[in-house]
Design a protein around this ligand. Structure first.
Ligand code: 16G
Ligand code: MG
Length: 571
C-alpha cells in the first residue's frame, strides 16, 4: 500500500491485519453457494457462513470507522442470518442512534466487502469514507471513546465470526466489546443506551420492558380485570436466540401476571433453527410450527412465533380443525395503531394535533389498508420492503406505527409527541380529568415497553399482551377485518436484477412490457379487489410474485398467469 494511503495509524494497523483475514477461496472449501459479490441487500450481508470470515473482519472495521465518524461513540454489529437457515450467517450494522446503517453508506460497505484481499488501498479508502459521513456536531467531539459492541445469535458459526469481527474492530485501534449472545433488537438497544448515557446492561433491558408492562397493565382499584384474555402466551422461539432470552424476560414479567410457555427453545436433540418453526414458516405457510406440540393445544390458545434473531413476531390462534388463525404484521399494526389512536382521542382536549400514522409495504393485505384508512381517516403510507424503509417513514409521524406483514415492526414516538404527552399529562392532572390522565399515562407507559431503537419481538409481545389485557372488551385478536385471499410465490429467473420497480415496488419499470402484461392479467380477472405486483428479492436469488383477490381461485389463476409473464420477460 502507498505511504499516502496508510498515513493514519489506524490505516497502517488495518492494512497489516487484513492480510490475516483472507476471503475463502471457493475451490478450497468447495462451497458453491458462496456469492461472487457481497451485496448489503435488504438488511446486511448474508450468505453461507463459511464465506463470511473476512466479511465479518471488514464489517467490524467498518463499525469501528462509524464509531470514529461520530467522534467517538458506540456502534454495533450483530452476527446473524435472522430467519435464514442455520448454515447461513450474516452481518447487521448498528449506528450510534441504535438504528440501522444509513442507506447512503451501503455502497461503501459493499466496496469494503468486495475489495480483493491484497487491495488494502481500496479497503482503507472505504473505511475513510465511512469515517467521513457523520453529523457535523458529532464529528466535532473527541475521538476518545469509540467503541463497538459485537453480539451474535445462537448459530454454531457465530463464535468464530464474532471473533473475526472483534479482530476487525481491534485492527482500527477501537475498543471492541463482546456482548455475547443477544437478539438483534437487544444489541440495537444496548448501543442506543450507551450513547444516551443509560444503563446498557442486559438486566436493564429486561427491567425497562417489564416495568413498562407492569405500569401499562396496572389497574385502578375500581377496575375489573378483563379476564377474557388468559395471561399465558405460548411462544414458538424458532429454535433461536429468543429461546434463551425470553426465559429471562419471562422471569421479569411473571410477578406482573404474565406467563410465557416457551417452545422450540433450541435445546432439544431435534432442534433446528428456523426449520419448520418460527415466524417465517408460520406466516408464509399459514400453519402451526411442526415442533413444540402446538397441535395438542386447546383450540383458541394464544400463540406467538418469532424468528431466528427475535426481531419479528406474528401471533396465531390454534383452531379446532388443527389449523391457525394467523394474526400477522398487518393485524398487529391495526391493533396497535387503533389502540394508540383511541388513547390520543381520549386525551384530545390536552393533546392537540398529534396524529397516528401507519406505514405498510405492498405486501399488506388490501383489507388491512382499507380498514386503517377508514379508522384513522388517512391511508397508510406505503414504502419498499425492508425495515430501514418503514422505520424512516414512520419517523415522520407524531406516532408512527409500522409493520411488514411478516411481523417486523414497532411504534415510534417523535420527541415532540413524547414531550406533548408529558405536558398534556400535567394539564389533565391539574384539571383533574382522570379519563384523560389515564389515556396519557397509557401512552407514556407504552413508550417504556417499546424498544426505542428498532422493532423487537420481545417488546412487541409485551405491548400486544398489555393492550389485550388493558382494553376492557378487547376485540379478539385478528378479528378487525377479514383478509382477502392472497398468495406469495417465488419465480427463479436467469437474472432477477433485470426487474426494476417503482411506486414502492408496486409497479415495474423494466423489463418493458412486463407491467402492461400484469395490468392486462389483473383486468382480465374481472375482480375489482384483485391486486398484484412482482419484485426481485433482496435476500434470495428469485423474483417474488404477490397476488390478492376476493376469491382463492382467482388468486391461483392470476398467480399462474403472472408467473408465466415474469418467465417470458426475464427468461
Ligand atoms: C429482510 C428484511 C425484511 C424483509 C425481507 C424481505 C430487515 C431487518 N429484514 O429479512 O424486512 O421483509 O428481508 O426479503 O430489514 P426479500 O427481499 O427476500 O423479499
Ligand atoms: Mg430477523
Amino acid at each position: 500500500m502507498s505511504a499516502d494511503a496508510a498515513r493514519e495509524p489506524w490505516a497502517r494497523s488495518y492494512a497489516e491485519a487484513t492480510v490475516k483475514h483472507a476471503k475463502p477461496r471457493r475451490e478450497d472449501d468447495g462451497d458453491r453457494s458462496a456469492p461472487t459479490r457481497f451485496a448489503y441487500g435488504t438488511a446486511g450481508f448474508r450468505t453461507t457462513a463459511t464465506a463470511l470470515r473476512s466479511t465479518c473482519f471488514r464489517a467490524g472495521a467498518f463499525a469501528a470507522a462509524r464509531a470514529m465518524a461520530h467522534g467517538g461513540k458506540t456502534t454495533g454489529m450483530v452476527v446473524t442470518a435472522s430467519h435464514n437457515p442455520a448454515s447461513d450467517n450474516g452481518v447487521k450494522l448498528v449506528e450510534p442512534s441504535g438504528g440501522t446503517l444509513p442507506m447512503a453508506l451501503e455502497g461503501v460497505a459493499e466496496m469494503l466487502a468486495n475489495a480483493e484481499d491484497g487491495d488494502a488501498e481500496t479497503q482503507v479508502r472505504a473505511l475513510r469514507e465511512a469515517m467521513a459521513t457523520a453529523a457535523p456536531a458529532d464529528a466535532a467531539s473527541a475521538n476518545a471513546s469509540a467503541r463497538v459492541f459485537v453480539a451474535r445469535d445462537t448459530r454454531e458459526s457465530g463464535r468464530a465470526l464474532a471473533d473475526a469481527t472483534l479482530a476487525g474492530v481491534h485492527a482500527m485501534g477501537v475498543e471492541a466489546v463482546d456482548r455475547g449472545i443477544a437478539t438483534t433488537p437487544q444489541l440495537h438497544y444496548y448501543v442506543y443506551c450507551a450513547n444516551v448515557g443509560a444503563d446498557d446492561s442486559e438486566r436493564a433491558y429486561y427491567d425497562r420492558l417489564s416495568a413498562g408492562y407492569a405500569a401499562l397493565t396496572e389497574r385502578d382499584e375500581d377496575e375489573d380485570e378483563d379476564d377474557d384474555h388468559g395471561a399465558t402466551v405460548v411462544i414458538d422461539c424458532a429454535d433461536g436466540v429468543g429461546g434463551v432470552k425470553l426465559s429471562s424476560l419471562g422471569e421479569a414479567v411473571a410477578p406482573y401476571g404474565l406467563a410465557f410457555d416457551l417452545r422450540n427453545r433450541g435445546d432439544e436433540p431435534t432442534s433446528s433453527l428456523n426449520d419448520g418453526v418460527g415466524s417465517d414458516f408460520v406466516q408464509k405457510g399459514k400453519t402451526i410450527p411442526t415442533r413444540g406440540g402446538f397441535e395438542n393445544l386447546p383450540a383458541g390458545t394464544r400463540c406467538v412465533s418469532i424468528d431466528g434473531d427475535a426481531d419479528r413476531l406474528v401471533y396465531f390462534q390454534t383452531t379446532a380443525a388443527g389449523g391457525v388463525d394467523l394474526v400477522d404484521g398487518d393485524q398487529l399494526a391495526v391493533l396497535i395503531a387503533c389502540w394508540m389512536n383511541a388513547r390520543v382521542k381520549e386525551a384530545a382536549p390536552y393533546l392537540n394535533d398529534i396524529t397516528v400514522g401507519v406505514v405498510q409495504t405492498a405486501y399488506a393485505n388490501g383489507a388491512s389498508t382499507e380498514f386503517l384508512t377508514r379508522e384513522l381517516g388517512a391511508a397508510p403510507a406505503c414504502v419498499p420492503t425492508g425495515v430501514k424503509h418503514l422505520h424512516h417513514r414512520a419517523e415522520e409521524f407524531d406516532i408512527g406505527v409500522y409493520f411488514e406483514s411478516n411481523g417486523h415492526g414497532t411504534a415510534l414516538f417523535s420527541p415532540s409527541a413524547s414531550k406533548a404527552i408529558e405536558d398534556a399529562t400535567v394539564e389533565a392532572l391539574v384539571a383533574r380529568d382522570m379519563p384523560a390522565v389515564k389515556a396519557l399515562l397509557a401512552l407514556t407507559n407504552a413508550q417504556r415497553v417499546i424498544n426505542p431503537s428498532v422493532g423487537d419481538a420481545m417488546s412487541g409481545i409485551l405491548l400486544v399482551e398489555a393492550i389485550l389485557r388493558r382494553t376492557v372488551k378487547a376485540p379478539r385478536l385478528g378479528s378487525f377485518y377479514k383478509d382477502l385471499p392472497s398468495r406469495q410465490t417465488k419465480v427463479v429467473v436467469a437474472d432477477r436484477t433485470k426487474i426494476q420497480t417503482f411506486d414502492a415496488e408496486r409497479r415495474v419499470a423494466e423489463p418493458e412490457g412486463l407491467q402492461d402484461a400484469i395490468d392486462a392479467i389483473v383486468r382480465a380477472s374481472n375482480d375489482a379487489r384483485c391486486r398484484a405486483f412482482v419484485r426481485p428479492s433482496g435476500t434470495e436469488d428469485c423474483v417474488r410474485v404477490y397476488v390478492e383477490a376476493s376469491e382463492e381461485t382467482r388468486v391461483e389463476e392470476t398467480t399462474r398467469a403472472i408467473v408465466r409473464a415474469v418467465e417470458a420477460h426475464c427468461g
